[in-house]
Design a protein around this ligand. Structure first.
Ligand code: SAH
Length: 473
């Protein structure tokens, strides 16, 4: 069919799905086209800009019939920014899309059947939800300091006064730093020439404590007129931590590995439920505190704890889920690959007077098998919360051997989740319940929690993971 299309051809198509970056997907004569900025339900005219063997890319030229789910994006920069890929989709339709995506992947890739899909947990007010911001700093041709986001794949910065998914205090914080830079001629970093000083302004704001952190990411060791900047920032209500992060690398990774505290403490504290967490600039912490509480509550509910259980929390980060579960369990063991995160986890346990949590540094797929083989460790419940690539097969095999009553799988990528559930279902477990939480409104990301229960009989042999998830994204 491809033979019939050429570059620059104009085609008319209806968008029927969204890709992982929010691009519209539709078919013309059976040929799949990806079209940025088109939404499910739009009938569009597109120009073919790239052809591959089995699919192509189109540019949106005109929306002939807008999707009934189309709304005006609240942010005038939504299309250029790309942070909120599906902002023009009505919020309830975003939720429907995410839930369907998870369901479809679980059934098609994981071959999961006969389970309860509980309704997705959306936000009442899906705006200003993020507790962490990182704005690049630049300069206009006229020499004015700007903060905003990078335009497409360029080094120029589109100024943004207000980002509607960030805490509104960020506007004031950005303005203070811009004014200080302007007043003392402090240069922004230039990515192309690797010159200049201030790369990003990184902020964290505690949802429940109101504590504020401002961290300037710099291409240098110190800043000029430090006292003047501190003087202005410390007057902001809630200011707790003013830091520098040193990043002298030629990289688009935002943070470097060294943090220097200029004023206050090198961390803020925030709470999820009853548990307080100490968060430093380099710690991983969920960015949507309202939804995190709901996500962890689902994990707690699915874990079905009575106070007598031994729980393993794999990929535990700074111990967020471990500590959330600890008061309902006999003992919780956390495993995490980043040593600094485990330092935070231990500190957080102490901060909350939790004595039944123990933490291990290392790869989950190495630590758990080692502990199981050497020390015969046991689990009533295993919780996993892996990064996007999902669980290592060695880990899944060890989990199956340990045969916990329940496995709670927290996932940020439904494709790898589906693959791993397929493995667990083929090896003695049954998916009972699934519940999605919308942690990132206006983006295509979705977080899921799944409860698996042990079937009666332990398997004699293992079925391999044979699905290549890249085919299904
Ligand atoms: N459960 C935590 C963190 C989840 S993010 C929370 O909710 O905050 C996933 C974590 O897995 C990250 O902290 C990452 O550093 C860690 N990680 C990545 N690969 C790992 C591996 N092979 N073994 C253990 N931890 C790993």
């Amino acid at each position: 069919m491809k033979e019939s299309f050429k570059k620059n051809d104009m085609v008319t198509l209806e968008i029927t799905d969204l890709g992982s970056s929010g691009e519209g997907i539709g078919k013309v004569d059976g040929f799949t086209l990806f079209v940025k900025d088109a939404l499910i339900g739009d009938v569009i005219q597109a120009k073919i800009i790239k052809l591959k063997k089995n699919y192509g890319y189109g540019r949106l030229m005109e929306i002939l019939t807008p999707s009934p789910s189309r709304v005006e994006a609240r942010c005038p920069q939504a299309r250029a920014c790309g942070g909120c890929q599906i902002q023009p989709l009505a919020y309830e339709k975003q939720l429907e899309y995410k839930e369907n995506k998870v369901k479809e992947l679980l059934e098609r890739v994981g071959k999961v059947q006969d389970y309860v899909m509980e309704p997705i947990i959306g936000m009442k007010e899906p705006w200003y939800y993020r507790n962490k911001a990182q704005f690049p700093v630049g300069k206009t041709k006229e020499g004015e300091i700007v903060t905003g986001f990078y335009a497409g794949r360029t080094h120029s910065i589109i100024p943004v006064e207000e980002c509607f998914i960030q805490h509104s205090l960020n506007q004031e914080l950005m303005a203070i730093v811009r004014q200080w830079m302007q007043a003392y001629d402090v240069q922004p970093y230039n990515e192309a020439s690797h010159t200049g000083l201030v790369r990003h302004i990184f902020t964290r704001i505690g949802k429940y404590t109101g504590e504020v952190m401002v961290c300037l990411v710099i291409n240098g060791k110190k800043i000029p007129k430090e006292a003047e900047l501190v003087e202005c920032l410390k007057k902001v209500p809630g200011m707790t931590s003013i830091c520098l992060n040193i990043n002298r690398e030629k990289t688009n990774v935002i943070l470097g590995s060294t943090v220097k505290c200029l004023w206050g403490q090198p961390y803020i504290t925030d709470k999820i439920g009853d548990i307080a967490y100490r968060i430093s600039p380099l710690s991983f912490f969920q960015v949507n505190p309202i939804q995190t509480q709901k996500l962890y509550s689902t994990a707690l509910e699915y874990a079905g704890l009575t106070g007598n259980e031994t729980v393993w929390d794999l990929y535990c980060g700074i111990g967020t889920i471990s500590l959330f579960l600890a008061k309902s369990a006999k003992k919780v063991y956390g495993v995490e690959i980043v040593p600094e995160a485990i330092d935070d986890a231990k500190e957080n346990a102490q901060l909350n007077g939790i004595e039944n949590a123990e933490f291990f540094v290392g790869k989950a797929e190495e630590v758990l098998p080692e502990q199981y083989e050497k020390n015969g460790v046991y689990a009533d419940v295993i919780v996993v919360d892996p990064p996007r690539k999902g669980c290592d097969e060695k880990l899944l095999q060890c989990m199956v051997q340990m045969a916990p009553k329940r496995i709670v799988y927290v996932s940020c990528d439904p494709a790898t989740l589906a693959r791993d559930l397929g493995f667990l279902e083929a090896n003695g477990y049954k998916v009972e319940k699934v519940r999605c939480t919308d942690m990132f409104p206006h983006s295509t990301h979705v977080e899921s929690v799944v409860l698996l229960e042990k079937r009666k009989k332990k398997p004699d042999s293992y079925v391999d993971l044979t699905v290549d998830v890249e085919d299904y994204r």
